[in-house]
Structure formats: structure tokens, C-alpha cells
Design a protein around this ligand. Structure first.
Ligand SMILES: NC(=O)c1ccc[n+]([C@@H]2O[C@H](COP(=O)([O-])OP(=O)(O)OC[C@H]3O[C@@H](n4cnc5c(N)ncnc54)[C@H](O)[C@@H]3O)[C@@H](O)[C@H]2O)c1
Length: 198
């Protein structure tokens, strides 16, 4: 069967573990060249099947991949990520804004006991990163030629049901209407931008 992503270049954030790693491995199997982006290349040490770095697993399977150390909450890192992807593979066809954190899961607290730092870090990694990923990937997609498939480019933004509904142990983010709507609104906004790229 033909590879569905043959000769496409995909940037995947949060690629070292979990969902991001699974996306990177599957996209590579479908023929994409993968730019793995994470804070570190090492996977989750507690998960045996993640013992090998994602880009090494792709290379070992005969695919093409590189790792770029990236903090998705930093504009300079995200801009450099797209630049390095283009340097390595010539273009960006797919941007997967997947990296995310769940600090409230590790230490569930009601809002009045939540630190400002926890709040700021969560919004920077879970929300600002999506804007940055869309911003720099879209700029690249608009200036490059169409892919041989005819596609201009695709952006995938990972969200969470916790942006829509409340949960007892995640009340500081889920039950704060403004916060959850900020995440959903931001993601809805970038989805509209995505349509204009595709
Ligand atoms: N697993 C779930 O049940 C679930 C449910 C809803 C939403 N999600 C969303 O799916 C995405 C992936 O979740 P997961 O379960 O695979 O998580 P995970 O913790 O297994 O993987 C997240 C990856 O993101 C990386 N990361 C964290 N902060 C980063 C930063 N500042 N810059 C770059 N990389 C960073 C981590 O190093 C890690 O490799 C997240 O956006 C999460 O909110 C997951």
C-alpha cells in the first residue's frame, strides 16, 4: 500500500514520549521525514518501549529523522526549530503541536493554593506554544512550493477534554471558565489559521 505521507516533512513537538512519540513513529512509517522536537531526546525511563530515542528508532527502521532540542514555550526556540527543519529537509509540510504538561495532575490543588508560576508555565507550554508553532510553521508553508501531493501544509494541534469539562482533581484549570476557554479559544483561533494554510 502507498505510504500516505511519502516525502512529506513533519515537525512533531513533545516527540520523546507518549502520544508525540507514537505520532512520530507512525508518520515515519507512512513515509514522512521527521523533525523530533522536545526538551531532551530521551524518552520516559519508566516505559521500556521508550528506552530508545525516537529519532534513533526511526533511523533504525530505515526512516529519516533528526532531533532538535526545543522548549516549545520560547519563541526563539520555535523559530529556530522551523529554520533547522528547513535546513535539514528543505521544507515543512506538517506541524504537530503536541507537547504539553499537566502540572495539576502531579499536585492537585484548588485555585487559591496554586502558584502564579504554575499557572504561567502551564499556559506557556500548553497554549502559547500552539500559537508559536502555528506562527512559524505557517510562515514557512506559505513561502514554499506546494508539496508534490498538491498540499500547502497541515497543522495538528493537540488539545484535551479538560479544556471543555471540569474534573474534581483538576479544578484549578477545568473549572476556571476563563482559563479553559483561553485554551479552547486559542486552539479554535489557530484552527481557523490552519484552514487558510491548507
Ligand atoms: N495522555 C493523555 O491522556 C492526554 C489526554 C488529553 C490530552 N493530552 C495531550 O496530549 C499531548 C501529549 O500528551 P502525552 O500524554 O503524550 O504526554 P507525555 O508527558 O508522555 O509527553 C509530553 C512530551 O512533551 C515534552 N515537553 C514538555 N514540556 C515541553 C516543553 N516546554 N518543550 C518541549 N517539549 C516539552 C515532554 O518532554 C514529553 O516528551 C499533551 O499536549 C497533552 O495535554 C494527553
Amino acid at each position: 500500500m502507498a505510504q500516505r505521507l511519502f516525502n512529506k516533512v513533519a515537525v512533531v513537538t513533545g516527540s520523546s514520549s507518549g502520544i508525540g512519540r507514537a505520532i512520530a513513529l507512525l508518520y515515519a512509517k507512512e513515509g514522512a521525514k521527521i523533525v523530533c522536537a522536545d526538551l531532551k531526546p530521551s524518552a520516559n525511563a519508566l516505559v521500556p518501549e521508550e528506552a530508545t530515542h525516537t529519532h534513533d528508532s526511526i533511523l533504525a527502521a530505515g526512516g529519516q529523522a533528526i532531533f532538535i532540542q526545543t522548549n516549545v514555550s520560547q519563541a526563539t526556540d520555535m523559530s529556530a526549530l522551523i529554520e533547522k527543519a528547513v535546513e535539514a529537509f528543505g521544507r515543512v509540510d506538517i506541524m504537530v503541536n503536541n507537547a504539553g504538561i499537566s502540572l495539576e495532575s502531579r499536585d492537585p490543588q484548588p485555585v487559591h493554593l496554586t502558584s502564579e508560576e504554575t499557572w504561567d508555565t502551564t499556559l506557556a507550554v500548553n497554549t502559547k506554544s500552539v500559537f508559536l508553532g502555528c506562527k512559524y510553521a505557517t510562515a514557512q508553508m506559505l513561502k514554499q512550493d506546494l508539496h508534490e501531493s498538491g498540499d500547502r501544509g497541515w497543522i495538528v494541534n493537540m488539545s484535551s477534554i479538560m479544556g471543555l469539562v471540569g474534573a474534581q482533581d483538576k479544578r484549578r484549570f477545568s473549572n476556571l471558565g476563563e482559563a479553559s476557554h483561553a485554551k479552547c479559544y486559542q486552539r479554535a483561533t489557530v484552527l481557523r489559521k490552519e484552514q487558510s494554510v491548507s
